[in-house]
Design a protein around this ligand. Structure first.
Ligand SMILES: Nc1ncnc2c1ncn2[C@@H]1O[C@H](COP(=O)(O)OP(=O)(O)OP(=O)(O)O)[C@@H](O)[C@H]1O
Length: 290
């Protein structure tokens, strides 16, 4: 089960800080959306509106066609996973999972236990005695096993080591394949997580500057690799995002789609043309000059 999300001209102010400015977009069900933005861009503010933690100052939000604020029917189908403060949480992992099951209509206990095992979560340990990374794994277990039609992960990987993050990504993809939902993932680990995303949203200084399919976005640039002097000659006049050199071999990432003629020219010169990385595009699009 999935939910459609509609954000219409939403602004959010915290006293004098304008955290979101006239943000509009629509999300279809069944996809994984990557939400990217630099520190303070407004990602958590946007996600907390979708999770009904607060109301927009202006504009409207519709989840499954309804205003989600104080709307129990809609909100029981939305999970918002973020780094919670568990310092006073003395309940054990097991009993917390049982508690969550009571108010999550799609919760799958067997899957939660499978995840707890994969994450090496001790079921009989108090949640406030878990390490930071384990608390994140506990949150991720709830987020995945709830199978909420709208599932939101706000930097859900914080404190997890690389193998644990890898388990999270594998489980997210596999379970999304079995039980499609609408998933929004905010992250700073762009190059590590890019393969998870169907569509990308980039928020910059409170404004949504881009919402595109991942494939379309990465076709907006190219990497050119080959002998340094040939590469330099080829990319002269193109917008360079990044360059690397190893001996006489150089690789330059450029912004802008190459024409068929340019691609043929590159081939004739023995240059290799590859895709651009989401990370390079993200750095460029949210750079100081933009
Ligand atoms: N409770 C609050 N009161 C006042 N200002 C706030 C509050 N929460 C966030 N802000 C401000 O709103 C802006 C957006 O913050 P937000 O936390 O949404 O950014 P973010 O993109 O999630 O950042 P990060 O990647 O660093 O977590 C920032 O300028 C921040 O200082």
């Amino acid at each position: 089960m999935t939910l459609e999300v509609e954000v219409n001209d939403v602004s959010l102010k915290y006293r004098r800080v304008e955290a979101l400015k006239h943000v509009s977009f629509q999300l279809e069900g069944g996809k994984i959306y990557g939400l990217l933005g630099r520190n303070g861009a407004g990602k958590t503010s946007l996600l907390s509106l979708l999770a009904s933690f607060r109301e927009p100052t202006e504009g409207s939000i519709r989840i499954d066609g309804e205003n989600p604020f104080e709307n129990t029917r809609v909100m029981q189908n939305v999970s918002f996973i973020y780094q919670m403060d568990y310092s006073d949480e003395t309940e054990k992992v097991n009993s917390m999972l049982k508690f969550v099951e009571r108010y999550r209509p799609h919760f799958d206990r067997d899957y939660a236990l499978h995840l707890a095992k994969r994450f090496n979560l001790p079921l009989d340990k108090a949640v406030n005695k878990l390490s930071k990374g384990m608390q994140s794994a506990f949150n991720a277990t709830i987020g995945l096993a709830s199978r909420s039609p709208l599932t939101i992960f706000d930097e859900a990987y914080l404190g997890m080591d690389a193998p644990t993050r890898d388990i999270l990504y594998q489980e997210l993809l596999e379970d999304q394949g079995r039980y499609p939902r609408t998933v929004i993932v905010s992250t700073h680990l762009v190059s590590e997580m890019d393969y998870l995303f169907d569509e990308i949203l980039i928020i910059h200084r409170g404004s949504l500057i881009l919402h595109e399919a991942y494939e379309t976005l990465v076709s907006r640039g190219a990497s050119i690799t080959g002998p340094a002097d040939e590469v330099d000659h080829f990319v002269g006049g193109l917008k360079k995002l990044n360059e690397q050199r190893l001996g006489n071999t150089k690789s330059v990432t450029v912004y802008g789609e190459l024409s068929e003629e340019q691609k043929k020219d590159a081939q004739q010169k023995g240059l290799e043309v590859g895709p651009v990385s989401l990370q390079d595009l993200f750095i460029y699009l949210t750079g100081e000059e933009n």
